[in-house]
Design a protein around this ligand. Structure first.
Ligand SMILES: Cc1ncc(COP(=O)(O)O)c(C=O)c1O
Length: 407
């Protein structure tokens, strides 16, 4: 068999990396870009990225940092002023008391999550992941050689896992629980009472730790955001992850953080010191300015996200076979599309999975979505609503037309 450099006969790649999945969010974006490069007018709703610019005052702080020559390595877990500002933010927004030695600033919330998983999970440990879940959780657990236990939230409960479900899933091997609220992909927001019930379960299992991913905290349409760490009896079991990508439209700057009890924070700092060191010094100054500016700029963006969510829900209501809970936060809709499984495309192909439906919509409607299988929900598709209103209107008009051709 002929071989080339890209596919040599014997793989030199480690089993660890061969076993990893590439994120489907990025796969679909690649396919959409390839089609667009052929001149097709593709509307990409596959990426989880705000379409807003980073607010000007944050950009200005970065420019000032460059002009002042703030271009050197910083302490690995972040500059002291930023770690203090994060403590102040956690107090102001979440009523959480942390000292700077509990804070580790990282290259995105993604690195904060990976730090926490690798710092806590031993080979064979069970990690309960509330499902549907964000694409990278399972792969991070794989890297740590942990065993994922998916715990599925019911559609009737807006896909939210309940305390009773959690209680039933905990075993002597359970080390960690992971979830996001507001949730990517479902938009579900766990209420204070729901988290209180979950905290009561965790308090009975003090050996179980939790990674609470709150990256969408500010993109919340129901008002109150509750943090699991607010329940004092479990605070030391919780690693809270947050960042700047979504709330401050800072995806490209690469900065996020975690707050945890000092021994866990120190372990994350140790790991990060051997892998990447601190994130960019200039980005840290930008993030400091972002926090000092409060959440006014986020609130403006949230008003737009809410309007777009309502716009999309209104259009989706008229699409038969899309069963969509109302997202309470984040910027996605996550319809169950299984009503289309078994239907034929005009070309005579049978749609059997949401992945095939996503590909059909890309090729026929020229709209890119992500297959729910990537999030543990193979009956669903994820559409980002972080796009301009006219794009969303056109996308769902095309989707409705393409779906109507299936029979
Ligand atoms: C649920 C969730 N957690 C974490 C991240 C990573 O965010 P960051 O850009 O800060 O690495 C994302 C980004 O899409 C996300 O959706």
């Amino acid at each position: 068999m002929p071989t080339d450099a890209a596919t040599p006969a014997v793989s030199v790649i480690s089993d660890r990396i061969n076993a990893l999945e590439a994120p489907q969010t990025i796969e679909m974006a690649k396919k959409a870009r390839a089609l667009a490069a052929q001149g097709v007018d593709v509307i990409s709703l596959s990426f989880g990225e705000p379409d807003f610019q980073t607010p000007q005052y944050i950009k200005d702080a970065a420019k000032q940092a460059i002009d002042e020559g703030f271009t050197f390595y910083t302490p690995v877990p972040g500059i002291p002023q930023l770690r203090q500002a994060i403590c102040d933010k956690l107090k102001r927004d979440n009523n959480l008391d942390y000292q700077p030695d509990s804070i580790v600033v990282s290259t995105g919330a993604k690195q904060a999550l990976a730090n926490a998983v690798l710092a806590l999970v031993n080979p064979g440990d069970e990690v309960i992941i509330f499902s549907p879940f964000w694409v990278s959780y399972e792969e991070m657990v794989k890297l740590a050689e942990g065993v994922t236990v998916r715990l599925e939230g019911a559609l009737e409960n807006d896909y939210k896992v309940t305390a009773a479900q959690l209680e039933a899933a905990i075993t002597p091997r359970t080390k960690l629980v992971m979830y996001s609220s507001p949730c990517n992909p479902t938009g579900a927001v766990w209420s204070r009472q729901e988290l209180a019930d979950i905290a009561a379960v965790l308090a009975r299992h003090p050996q179980v730790l939790v990674v609470a991913d709150e990256i969408y905290e500010y993109i919340n349409f129901v008002g109150e955001h509750a943090s699991l760490a607010q329940f004092e009896e479990v605070k030391d079991q919780v690693v809270t992850v947050n960042g700047f990508s979504k709330g401050y439209a800072m995806t490209g700057w690469r900065i996020g953080y975690l707050a945890a009890r000092p021994d866990i924070a120190a372990a994350c700092d140790k790991l990060q010191s051997q892998v990447t060191s601190a994130t960019c010094s200039i980005t840290q100054r930008a993030a400091l300015a972002a926090l000092q500016g409060g959440r006014a700029s986020a609130d403006e963006m949230v008003a737009a996200y809410r309007r777009r969510r309502d716009l999309v829900l209104e259009m989706v209501k008229d699409i038969p076979g899309f069963v969509t809970p109302t997202p309470e936060g984040a910027f996605y809709i996550f319809p169950d599309v299984s009503a289309y499984f078994g239907k034929l495309t005009p070309a005579g192909d049978t749609i059997t999975t949401s992945r095939e439906l996503a590909l059909y919509l890309l090729n026929d409607a020229h709209v890119a979505a992500v297959d729910g299988g990537a999030f543990g929900a193979p009956r669903c598709l994820r559409f980002s609503t972080a796009a301009a209103d006219d794009k969303l209107i056109e996308a769902f008009r095309r989707i409705a037309l393409s779906l109507a051709k299936l029979h």
